[in-house]
Design a protein around this ligand. Structure first.
Ligand code: HEM
Length: 508
């Protein structure tokens, strides 16, 4: 049967050509003149149509569900081969295809874009030596440094289990009692907490990573920064609130339309680079995701240019099914001893197996350039040919498999159980204090106080008091301003307070 170009013939998913995809087969009673009838089990088209529809959804990401996505390119502009042998950085001018997904964190897949929230930044570099994912955020630090707190942190930012609406008491109660997050909170409630556009935000790897030359047994610690060529820009709280109602997809549309009209957003990749010897005595713990390395200590070293230049052909296929993970690394790049990073390396592939399926790596949006992984076989959705008759067990003696390069080595471990992640000490407030001084210098202080109190007014008076005490540890002036501001704001707490009592189920 010939197919006309531009008007493909409709078929069932099994390929059977179909006369009309828009009608069901119906048995009508000879007595009925009014259009009633009976549907038939033999109407395969109707059954397939109805059966597939409720299966269209895959679970949305438990966090970072709402996002824009785009394809792009990374080009090396500066040579870093003196300390890193990763193939993607091997030559100035080398270009690598990239998939980007930029998200909010707390809201669901249909939530508004212009909210005060962290923006997630997931990048997949399709390098000649496998995929390399950078799964970062638009703020340089994170709220916690112990991974066990991650689900609690996110639940406190999401919906109350009884009222099903976000709840300021939960939000602030979590932070009042997990005070290592002060530096991140200060950033979030600064102006950058609501970007004007996804094209005007930074991206940070947040954790410390190791970039090295495994063949020489050397490495450096690095922090990853992307800075937009068009600079940072943000929305006022008032404009953001208006847009959240009028244009809930404001950021997604903005990125799509910019790429569509050829106005490709660009970012420069910089690294901060530290010798491992220096890390031992550095003022800050480099494995603590709540802390930065000040630029005056470790200046930004330019590496390359990221350009987003192609919209997805299909959002679900290219972006929703994409699976990013901090564990997706290439030779020459390795994790550091940041426990958050270590835990994340488990969590993302685990989430992808649940969300997309056990063979998510085989889908076009996730598939690496060259893969030979014959010991990972079968399973739902196998689409890679399943390695034919190749050996499915290791150390097959008939045909040898060549070995890949060695990894960047880990340090030696002392095997001591430590609870450094749990304790909050006075030093945890020092970088927040440095940021407050910047706010004061830049005249951002009043805005910051208004942003915090505008949210905090929804919490119970006790939680408000604790939050004031918490911020006073950064600077007593902040506490005093917050107190004054809250006096004139109407109290918005109410029915959604956290209940102190256990549910009947919990008491059993
Ligand atoms: C998404 C876990 C901390 C950035 C996710 C997802 C999980 C997760 C389960 C959903 C993944 C999916 O369904 O595909 C965790 C855990 C953390 C943690 C357990 C701490 C222990 C962080 C940090 C950052 C970050 C510190 C930034 C530096 C992101 C981003 C996404 C994401 C950007 C969206 C990825 C995408 O676009 O598919 N996280 N996360 N997360 N997380 Fe985290």
């Amino acid at each position: 049967m010939s197919k006309k170009i531009g008007s493909p013939m409709y078929t069932l998913a099994e390929g059977r050509p179909i006369h009309d995809p828009s009608t069901s087969v119906i048995i009508q009673s000879s007595r009925s003149q009014r259009g009633g009838g009976l549907a038939l089990l033999e109407d395969t088209q109707l059954i397939e149509t109805l059966a597939h529809f409720p299966r269209e959804r895959i679970p949305e990401r438990v966090v970072h569900a709402k996002a824009a996505g785009a394809w792009g390119e990374f080009e090396v502009t500066h040579d870093i081969t003196d300390f890193c042998s990763a193939d993607l950085f091997s030559q100035v001018g080398k270009k690598t295809k990239v998939l980007a997904r930029i998200s909010t964190v707390a809201g669901e897949k249909g939530s508004s874009d212009t909210v005060r929230d962290i923006r997630g930044w997931a990048l997949k570099f399709f390098t000649d030596e496998g995929n390399y994912d950078i799964v970062g955020n638009d703020l340089p630090v994170f709220f916690i440094r112990d991974p066990i707190k991650f689900p609690s942190l996110n639940r406190s930012h999401k919906r109350h289990p009884q009222t099903n609406v976000p709840n300021a008491t939960m939000f602030w109660d979590f932070h009042n009692n997990n005070q290592e997050g002060i530096h991140c909170l200060m950033h979030l409630f600064g102006s950058r907490g609501i970007p004007a556009s996804l094209r005007n935000i930074n991206a940070y790897g947040v954790h410390t990573f190791k970039y090295g030359k495994p063949e020489e047994g050397t490495f450096k610690y690095v922090k990853i920064h992307f800075k937009p060529d068009d600079g940072i820009n943000w929305l006022s709280t008032e404009d953001a609130a208006r847009l959240a109602g009028q244009e809930p997809d404001y950021h997604v549309k903005d990125l799509f339309n910019a790429i569509e009209r050829g106005d490709y957003p660009k970012w420069t990749l910089y690294l901060q680079v530290m010798d491992p010897k220096e890390a031992e005595t550095y003022r800050w713990n480099i494995f603590d995701a709540t802390q930065i390395w000040p630029h005056r200590d470790y200046p930004l070293v330019p590496v390359g240019k990221l350009t987003l230049n192609k919209n997805p052909e299909n959002y679900f296929a290219d972006v929703e099914q994409a699976a990013f993970s901090p564990s997706t690394m290439v030779p020459g790049i390795a994790p550091s001893a940041d426990v958050m990073l270590q835990a994340r390396m488990f969590s993302y592939p685990d989430a992808a197996r649940y969300r997309v399926g056990p063979n998510y790596q085989q889908l076009p949006c996730n598939r690496a350039k060259y893969v030979y992984s014959p010991y990972q076989r079968d399973g739902a959705g196998t689409i890679n040919g399943n390695y034919g008759g190749d050996p499915n067990y290791v150390r097959f003696s008939v045909r040898k498999i060549s070995k890949g390069p060695i990894d960047v080595a880990h340090d030696e471990w002392v095997g001591r159980v430590s609870d450094y992640a749990a304790d909050v000490v006075e030093d945890d407030f020092e970088q927040a204090r440095m940021l407050w001084k910047i706010f004061l210098d830049e005249g951002e202080d009043t805005n910051f106080i208004k942003n915090v109190t505008g949210h905090l007014k929804g919490a119970t008076p006790e939680v408000q008091k604790q939050t004031i005490q918490y911020f006073s540890k950064v600077d007593e002036e902040i506490g005093r301003h917050m107190e004054k501001e809250l006096e004139i704001l109407p109290y918005e707490g109410g029915a959604e307070h956290i209940k102190a009592t256990q549910s009947a189920e919990g008491q059993k």
